[in-house]
Design a protein around this ligand. Sequence first.
Ligand code: CU
Length: 461
Amino acid sequence: MTSRRDFFKLAGTVAAASVAPVAMARLPELVSQDSAATQPPLMPPDGRPYNPVVTLNGWTLPWRMKDGVKEFHLVAEPVVREIAPGMKAHLWGYNGQSPGPTIEVVEGDRVRLYVTNRLPEHTTIHWHGQRLPNGMDGVGGLTQAHIKPGETYVYEFVARRPGTFMYHPHADEMVQMAMGMMGFWVTHPKGRHPLIDPVDRDFCFLLNSYDIEPGSYTPKVNTMLDFNLWTWNSRAFPGIDSLNVRLNDRVRIRIGNLTMTNHPIHLHGVEFEVTGTDGGPTPRGSRWPEVTADIAVGQMRQIEFRADEEGDWAFHCHKSHHAMNPMGHGVPTMIGVDHSGLAKKITKLVPDYMVMGERGMADMSEMEMPLPDNTLPMMTGTGQFGPVEMGGMFTVMKVRRNQKRGDYSDPGWFRHPPGTVARRVETPVDAPRAPQTASPQGHASDLEVQVRKPAGHDGHH
Ligand SMILES: [Cu+2]
């Protein structure tokens, strides 16, 4: 008689059509998540102990322990993901969300992953960075047959090497990754590892990007470079939760890049070291202090530091276009252009017309520009001192003296000690000024002005 274990081993190597209904009934329970909020760490109920990660605006998938094997059930399916309050996207993901849930296991664990396809086309899952049998690598056509709609496949391997990993389809990749199919994977070390230090807080998230036309819901999947939504775990600021830590905590942040470009990720306040890459923990002699780590396409980086400065520290991609939300890339630079007189003329033609950008674009975060439905403002978010003028790949690390151990809740804005905030100073009224120079662009009357009027609104603002 064939044991169930042998049967599943077999099912992984032949077409899933051979999986009998009785076997289907034994799939681990499907766990789905309907919230985009950061979920508390999942403390391991069984198996080897470890210190769990916290997925920014995400969650960890519970498993079922079966005969010493950790069994997970991933379902590839269309999902509705809130990118930030005021904007939802129609994506593809796993178990109700995009990205899918984080998988957490321990070095040496035998892992069995059932993958059910509820997409309208075939898929596979590639376990990016893992040591595994070739036939478990998830490359459609190369190492396995594609998982057709309605089918369930099973992957099984031992998590041999501790570190930071990702998973994503290796089937119609351009479309499926542009639609949000990806997830994080962490393999914790078994016991003490010479190159992996214990930390108090361990965060993780994926860098991803979408091209969603203002006013629409579904990403354009053919875009190669000109994405307009730069997200962390399919969230854009101010939709990305803050990283809340206790003063003097040792903090690890694991970041994987599944966009089409590199992202120099910059942390204010403290210096960090890169302690791990795609290939695992880095040798100690290779670590140096820095405040920005460039993360190339397909790479993972883990950074570590002691959070020994209190405050609300910005944490963001240093490409300034990636720290803002959709804008027409055709918006001309208007700095220094004299609009006087023009606005009045244009208002006769277009009652809603707003002059923007002649003194920079900061005005835009204060004005309530009429926007199409389901569209985020370009520069947004409000701090305790006013508009933050950011979007996209931006959030805040909040370091607090009285944050409790294991408490990930938002402590609110930092209460600065008296005398420690930059402030306006009084200057003499008739301070000497540089002479005015003529605008290199000439007079306003010589300019061709493109008038943009957002459609579909009554212009009340
Ligand atoms: Cu970036």
